[in-house]
Every structure is written in structure tokens, then in C-alpha cells.
Design a binder for this molecule. Sequence first.
Ligand code: B12
Ligand code: SF4
Length: 416
Amino acid sequence: MLAVLAGLTPPDVEVVLYDDRMEAIPYDEQTDLVAISVESYTARRSYEIAEEYRQRGVQVILGGMHPTLIPEEAALHADSIFLGDAELVWRDVVGDARKRKLKKVYSGPPGVGQVGGELPRRDLYKGKGYLPISLMQYSRGCRFTCRFCAVSQYFERSHYIRRIDDVLREIEAQDRRLLFFVDDNIASDRKALKELCHALIPMKVSWISQMSLDITHDAELMRLIADSGNLGNVTGFESITLDSLKETKKSPNISAFSNYEHELKVLRDHGMQTWAAFTLGYDNDTCDSIMATLEFALENRFTFSAFNILMPYPGTPFYDRLKEEGRLLYDGQWWLHPEYRFNDAAFVPAKMTPDELTEACHVARKRYNSIPGLLHRFADLKTNMRTLQRILLYWRYTTIFRNEVHRKHGMRFGLK
Ligand code: B12
Ligand code: SF4
């Protein structure tokens, strides 16, 4: 994201990027404006960083998903906040910052992705130790309305598509052949996805993205996706129980639900390395149902799986419901609470305690990523062992995710 912002910045402005996860921030280095992208998970730490700069008299602007969904909170920690997407308004911000006259609030329409065709400044990522994969974006938002999803709120249930020529130009301008389209749901508009796949075929790239499961019901498009170099996708299964899918309004999984039999067969037949994302803690969930989810994931040898606890993200219908029912923990602000730790349940589940939910998900992650789990999942000739490229992808990323299970669990959100 920050490379996009840098690409939009007038060329006479010097831009440097510091990634708090990878390096120490040199707070005393001279600078005129600090721009921080804030998600709920990073809000607490972002506010600490903002405070450091503001104490030194540096102007700070906060933007991104979290400030857009709860601007009143973010406004307490910055000189200015930015709501929505930056493309159409960022130059005004830079102009005002030059005069030290930032407005309190800027707002840009969500979804207007890189309209001017400016390329992201990928050079800023060099030497930061990031994985060798190029992040791209073709579309933003999603037409579905899953109750826990912040994206659905941010983009107001709409899906926006970037001009295909700009996307192709961006692919050509970078040197990697492995691309990650960070689209929220690249399958939200099938016609647009078809256009992209046709354009990608002659480029001979390999790509992954995020796609909703309903795509498996479009045989022609599935073939095209595979032919265009797709290796696999992050896909929200969320739950193996129809009641829970209904509870969260996961419509792409609900229509024609038959325990995912059709969907799984289609994914495997196309050799896709699926990253199955589960959200756990629905009203019907118990420790047993979470273990059944783990078994389902192992049985289907998903390349990766995420056993995420359902998180009440501010601004979502899921958050509002829990608030109304008095089930939110951590004063309803887990992202700010000094006691909250990464991967802890932040609400009271219906059929277990919060600690049981936290623990069951942690156990699922550990077992899935244990050595026997890794070897079992690997042994699939149709997906993970299909080609040398897929074998390498499996082992490279699976070891990273395995380490993360232990490294991230219980992590705190700020230093103070
Ligand atoms: C790619 C991605 C990832 C990648 C990150 C890769 C990378 N190194 O960047 C990976 C897979 C690693 C990842 C991980 C996680 N992610 Co993630 N991710 C995304 C995704 C799909 C796209 C983000 C993106 O790059 N968009 C493209 C850029 C160009 O757009 P943008 O960030 O929206 O920025 C635009 C505007 O918001 C604005 N803007 C943004 N920041 C700022 C700042 C300023 C100053 C200004 C002026 C403007 C501005 O301008 C930009 C250009 O228009 C988003 C969904 C989304 N739409 O945001 C989820 C999303 C951000 N992730 C989310 C989550 C929960 C996670 C995880 C916590 C999941 C987990 N349980 O482990 C982890 C950990 C995140 C962490 N911070 O540690 C949630 C966050 C919800 C929330 N309320 O904060 C999101 C929104 C997904 C969702 N459906 O809810 N993620
Ligand atoms: S399908 Fe995915 S991106 Fe779309 S609303 Fe549901 S969770 Fe969000």
C-alpha cells in the first residue's frame, strides 16, 4: 500500500519507507510529514508511532481501513486523518502539508484504484527482507456481504475494477514472474476476471489471489484461470457447517451447499493449491466442531489453512450484533486494550468460553502445522506435488507459516 502512496507523491518530494515490523524507526531523522497506514491489528502500535513523531513537531496523517471505519478514534492520535482511497486526493494532502496547513479530515472515494496509471514505487521495498513475490491489484472490494468482513463495509458492498492496460503495464514494469493479486475477491466480477485471464495467458506469469468458492461452479472460467498461470488461491471456507455459514451470510458458500464436495473436486481437478481460510467461534461452534474443521482441512490436504478466530472488527455487522448482545470483551476495543494478545478471542462465544475458543484454534494451528501434518498435506500428486514449482512453493511458505504459529501467538500490539 505504501508503495502506491509513494507513487502518487509529486516527484520533487523525497519519500522514505520504514516498516516497523522489519526495522527500527529513526524518529529523529528530519521529515515534514509522516503517513501511516492503519489496520485494526496495527492501530495501537500506529498510535504510539504517531505520538513519537508528534512530540517532535512532525505532522502525522493516518489512513487505511481502521481510520475509515472508526474515524473518531483515529482522529485523537493524528493531525489529520484520511478516509477512503488515496488516489484522487493525496496530492492535495501533500500540497497542504508543504504549507503546514493540513485539514483535520480528507476523504477520497473508495475503489478508484490507481486511476492515473501511476506505478507503485516498488523500489522502496528493496532490502527490506520481503518475500520474492510481487503484490498487484486488479480490483477492490467485493459484492458479497459477509457479516464479519471489514472490506464489505469499507467498499460499501461494491466491487471496483482497474483498467486492464494499467495492470498489464504494471506487470511488465516489474521483474518477477510470481504475482499475488491482493484483490479482496478477484472472482467478484466473472466477466472482468475472464478478461484478466485472457490477458495473462501470453504473459506467462504464475499468480495467486483471493477468490470466493462460487467460482467453482463456472467450469469455463475455472479452466481459463488455470490456463492463465494460477497456482491456487486464498479462499474463505469459513465453516464446515451450513448453520454457521448462514449466521455469517457467507452466500458464495451457501448456494448448493453439499459439504463442499463439488467445490473441492473442482479445485483439485484444476491442480489448485488452496489456502483455506476458516473463521471459528460461531454460535454453533464447540471445541469438537473446531477439531472437526481441522480434520476436514487435513483430509483435503489444503496447501495452507488459517484457523482464525472470528474477530469483531469495528464497523461490521458482526461487531454491532455482539455489542448489542453484551458479548464483547476488552471494553469492546480489543485493538487498543493493553491486555489483548494476538489470536485471543475478543468476545464470549455461545457454546464455549473465550479461553476454550482461543486454545482450540491454537491447537488446530499447531496440529495442522506439525511435521506429520506437513508431510500428510504435501502428499498430493494433483496439487502440492504436481510440479517442481508447486513443491517449492509448498515448502517455502509452509515453513514460514509454521514458524508464525508460534511467533505470533500471544503477541502484544504495542510497546507501551
Ligand atoms: C494483502 C493483504 C494482506 C497481506 C499483506 C501483504 C503485504 N505485505 O502487504 C497478508 C496476506 C500478509 C495479510 C495478512 C493479514 N491480514 Co490482510 N489484507 C490484505 C488485503 C487483501 C489487501 C491490502 C492491500 O494491500 N490493498 C491494496 C492497497 C493499495 O489498498 P489499501 O491498503 O486499502 O490502501 C488504500 C486506502 O485504504 C488508502 N490508505 C491506506 N492507508 C493509508 C494511509 C494514508 C496516510 C493515506 C493517506 C491513505 C491510506 O489509500 C490506499 C490507496 O487507495 C486487505 C483487504 C483490504 N482491502 O484492505 C486485507 C486486510 C487488511 N487484512 C486483514 C487482516 C485481518 C489480516 C491478518 C490480521 C489476518 C490474520 N488473522 O492473520 C493478517 C496480519 C496483518 C498484519 N498487519 O499483521 C483485514 C484487516 C481488518 C481491519 N479491520 O483492520 C483486511 C481488511 C481483510 C478483511 N477482509 O477484513 N493481509
Ligand atoms: S466473500 Fe470475502 S471479501 Fe467478500 S464480503 Fe465475504 S469475506 Fe469479505
